[in-house]
Design a binder for this molecule. Structure first.
Ligand code: GRF
Length: 202
């Protein structure tokens, strides 16, 4: 029988632990979807290895490899089309998507951010920078935000958030690891709800 599950492309730039949690969730039946493609701007991203281990197609997307940004965008779109992609999940992807992709997949692209947006978001706010900023601001709590993606960094409609406490003795690393645990729980569940049409999207 043909696989009728929606097909997701996951975009990574780094370790890909969120990608792994999504792969595991598809296997556990928490997320009824197929991860059909993993895209990375970095050939060395460990997320690509995770994709390989899981038997998922990979695409290294380097804009500079192409004669123009338009050509690059067309090549990416072709990959998404060829793989029958319906949803895009950004999981530690550090680049902006081409505007054409955002337009084609409007309300079907999600991003995970390791803080409580709209605070501590925007360009340059990624990885340890986020957790350092949260600690420097003396916040009592931080958390995870999953939001829809539009043309601006960390700007689209928030779908879900989970809070975690900030402890007095926290370092950026200890806070990151507390947040990351929640990321791994939340992302598969939010994607499942999005696919089921359970969010009212603006
Ligand atoms: C996560 O903290 C995610 O929220 C942020 O980048 C990190 C990626 O981690 N956008 P990983 O590559 O999924 O392990």
């Amino acid at each position: 029988m043909a696989d009728s599950r929606p097909r997701i492309a996951v975009f990574v730039s780094g370790g890909g632990s969120n990608l792994q949690s999504l792969i595991d969730a598809t296997r556990a039946g928490v997320l009824h979807a197929e991860i059909a493609l993993v895209v990375s701007n970095l050939r060395k991203a460990y997320g690509l290895q995770r994709a390989k281990d899981a038997g998922i197609d990979r695409f290294v997307y380097k804009v500079k490899k192409y004669a123009s940004p338009e050509e690059a965008s067309a090549a990416l779109q072709e990959q998404l089309r060829e793989h029958g992609i319906e949803y895009i999940a950004l999981a530690g992807y550090l680049k902006l998507l081409p505007a054409e992709v955002v337009a084609t997949f409007r309300n079907k692209i999600t991003n995970i951010h390791p803080a409580l947006l709209p605070k501590f978001g925007g360009k340059g706010m990624y990885g340890h920078h986020v957790h350092e900023a949260v600690l420097a601001a003396g916040e009592k709590e931080s958390g995870v935000t999953i939001h829809l993606v539009d043309e601006i960094y960390d700007n689209g409609q928030i779908l879900d958030q989970v809070k975690v406490p900030v402890e007095a003795e926290d370092t950026p690393e200890s806070l990151a690891s507390r947040v990351l645990k929640q990321e791994h729980r939340l992302y598969p569940r939010v994607l499942q709800k999005l696919i089921k049409g359970e969010y009212s999207v603006d």
